[in-house]
Design a protein around this ligand. Sequence first.
Ligand code: ARG
Length: 458
Amino acid sequence: MEKAWEGRFKEKTEEFVERFTQSVSFDKELAPWDIKQSMAHAKTLLKAGVLKEEEAEKIIEGLKRIEEEIYKGEFHFKRELEDVHMNIEAELTRKIGEVGGKLHTARSRNDQVATDERLYIKDKLLEVFSLLNQLRRSLVNLAEKSLDIIMPSYTHLQRAQPIRLAHYFLAYREIFLKDTQRFINAYRSSDYLPLGSGAVAGVDFPLDRFYTAELLGFNRLCRNSMQATADRDFILDVLYACGVCGMHLSRLAEDLILWSTEEFGFIGLPDRLCTGSSIMPQKKNPDVLELIRGKTGRLYGNLMNLFATLKGLPMAYNRDLQEDKEPLFDSLRTIKDCLEGITLVLEGISIKEDRMKEASGGFTLMTDLANYLVMKGVPFRQAHKIAGSITAYLIDKGKKPEDLTLEELRSFSEFYQEDALELLDSEKVADRRKTFGGTSKEELIKRIKVAKREEGIS
Ligand code: ARG
């Protein structure tokens, strides 16, 4: 097989070198975007007077045929041709003859590959946005349905204060909204056209790069040909956004795993989303959630991987940069799967309201018993101490706060009156948190309304 660069070589390439340097086994994923780019490049070359009308037409026609073959899975990528770019170019020339060789005028694989990657990211992120939108909407719908469900919140994984379950779902909706913003940032930093930068120094043909940008849907141009070909920071942005989002998915998955245990018993997972054990007949395992938690590791790894690759590279393009693709493809594939998975699980859970309510009482009410005294003028530190003594007393007696009588309360502080007993109800306690962003029903109704408006839910 002829190589595009064979002119200056006297020896046949060593088989090892072919195997070691090839990237086509993975960068063939870029093929649709490589073709799109080449079509725009042909049009730009036509506009620059480098190609004649019929030459550009022939090239675009040939590229369309290749695109179709790739789409149908009939295209045969050859390792000897190194990468996706040279595979497509070689096939173009095989199909349309010598004129195919004019396509690479005023272009280097260095600006070509950076352009493919940016195009690829922009399209893939649209899929990520749609999955994130779906997830956020599911969370808002769940919040609306669980407005009247009371549960304990946790700090240090110890029961803390009663909340409404809606508050939990809205917390994650807020978190995924921030993640969406991070992906938007990554999209923006990818939205610059490198093509027309050549190998490193720009090109000596009168290319109208603004025209190319318009054809390819880039809103901006890389303004320096060295930066254009050396820079992979936009990929770091994508990998970072994937890593952060993966971390959130992992934490959410962990809660759902815990909640689905017999010990918590807060939710049930649907059979269709669980798997069994090959040895223990009773098992129903939350494998989807565990894998969502587990895959976060590779998302972090991919970011570290590219960070390490980029460190110390001299200006401008270096072949090391070929190593940027596998982490990128892997992270985008992984985050899409995890987003799809978590949404499926969330939409399938059954909520065990009674268990949640039962767990929400007891010592989660103690903060409010302290605050009651504060409202009567007792300094918070002193009130905290008194409520602490009540806790110790209850533990000693093997009793719960709900069992307290007014006399018992008054033996700790004479400020306690009849209305203090109202604080022994977790629902009432939750509804006392009326501040902006708090868990009271009143506040949550407002937050759900805003969230629905923001998500376009009617
Ligand atoms: N496969 C290469 C990459 O992914 C394409 C660019 C190669 N450029 C070069 N001058 N060898 O980075």
